[in-house]
Design a binder for this molecule. Structure first.
Ligand SMILES: NC(=O)C1=CN([C@@H]2O[C@H](COP(=O)(O)OP(=O)(O)OC[C@H]3O[C@@H](n4cnc5c(N)ncnc54)[C@H](OP(=O)(O)O)[C@@H]3O)[C@@H](O)[C@H]2O)C=CC1
Ligand SMILES: CC1=C(/C=C/C(C)=C/C=C/C(C)=C/C=O)C(C)(C)CCC1
Length: 319
């Protein structure tokens, strides 16, 4: 009897959550206030990280900015301070667990408890698997995936103690479906998605309803990280690379609306669902038709040229 009652209650909850998701798609959801909250953003010296910093500052959040690039991070800090919030910048190497724990300790001692954590920093090797140095492949996994474990272990306990907080994972569309020649990146982003979802389930299972989670899965963004990556021309004009500001703003809407997950643009839900529903070969031929299969080759060529130019420049610098 209790099974039937539970089943009926579950079906009501399922229907209610589907209706909420539909309503949310067409109406503007209520956005929460984060005025005075302490928000930590990783990769804050990068394109998306800087935009996130400015968006959070506009909402009145105080900022802790983390990046390995001290100059770029400091530049973000200066821009954010102009918006009237308190900002602290920290230089950290997210590929090193010890660096994360030490810097987290400094943040707790010098500033206090972080209530919004935006795991944004990310890297990609940008080389063919068999030609890529092992260390470069390993770095992608360390920064994009392992760092999420250490960041969460460092900052979740204080959120749990107050039953208040928000953990945001900037993953990727390539954490939901894959393409060729970016094995390191896809593995790391699938790992990030898996980590994020398991954590979100854990918080629900433990009734920590005050701690929210948001998973952000964008398509190519025009930040330079994947410069050169392109799909079939005719399709590219229908799904162009995303504007960085648009991506940050859409992500902010999802975060402030306490949405669990967002694909940007929404059309990215289609290859995500197709991957699960269609036979493998059906996906292969669709990718081939849309030019998704070889989309990374021009990016890799581009990255190779940049490395060569960099080498030439640095060897010229020696003279
Ligand atoms: N660009 C795109 O097409 C897409 C990006 N994403 C994701 O969005 C996020 C932001 O990307 P985007 O703004 O484009 O990238 P950027 O390269 O502009 O920014 C990433 C930032 O992270 C920093 N960083 C890299 N490694 C470390 C490290 N070991 N320790 C500390 N900081 C580090 C970088 O520093 P430095 O520059 O010195 O290396 C840089 O400042 C990433 O997670 C990315 O995977 C998702 C979908 C698409
Ligand atoms: C595979 C594939 C596509 C191409 C996807 C690409 C090229 C995604 C790149 C994403 C990036 C660079 C994310 C970074 O985090 C289509 C044409 C959309 C649909 C068919 C399947």
């Amino acid at each position: 009897m209790s099974l039937i009652v539970d089943l009926l209650l579950m079906l009501i909850d399922v229907t209610y959550s589907i209706l909420c998701a539909v309503v949310r798609t067409f109406l503007h959801p209520r956005l929460k206030s984060i005025d005075g909250e302490l928000c930590l953003i990783t990769g804050a010296g990068g394109v998306l990280g800087r935009l996130f910093a400015l968006e959070f500052a506009k909402e009145g959040a105080h900022l802790i900015l983390w990046d390995c690039n001290t100059a770029a991070n400091e530049q973000t800090a200066q821009l954010a301070r102009k918006l009237g919030v308190e900002v602290r910048a920290y230089t950290v190497d997210l590929s090193k667990r010890q660096s994360i724990y030490e810097t987290a300790g400094r943040v707790r001692a010098e500033v206090g408890d972080v209530s919004i954590l935006v795991n944004n920093a990310g890297v990609v090797a940008g080389q063919r698997l068999l030609e890529c140095p092992d260390e470069l492949l390993e770095r992608t996994l360390l920064v994009n995936c392992h760092a999420l474990f250490w960041m969460t272990k460092a900052f979740l306990p204080q959120m749990k103690a107050r039953n208040h907080g928000h953990i945001v994972t900037i993953a990727s569309a390539l954490g939901l479906f894959t393409t060729a020649f970016v094995e390191d990146y896809c593995a790391s982003k699938f790992g990030a998605v898996g980590f994020h979802e398991s954590l979100a389930h854990e918080l629900r299972a433990e009734n920590h309803y005050g701690i929210k989670t948001t998973l952000v899965c964008p398509y190519i963004i025009d930040t330079g990280m994947f410069a050169g990556c392109e799909i079939r021309k005719e399709i590219q004009s229908l799904i162009p690379p995303l504007e960085p500001l648009y991506t940050a703003q859409q992500s902010m809407k999802a975060i402030l609306g306490e949405q669990e997950m967002v694909c940007i643009p929404r059309i990215m839900y289609i290859p995500f669902i197709a991957r699960a529903l269609l036979p493998w070969e059906a996906n292969v031929v669709t990718y081939r038709f849309m030019g998704g299969d070889k989309s990374m080759l021009p990016f890799i060529k581009n990255a190779e040229m940049k490395t060569l130019n960099g080498h030439m420049k640095s060897s010229n610098d020696a003279f």
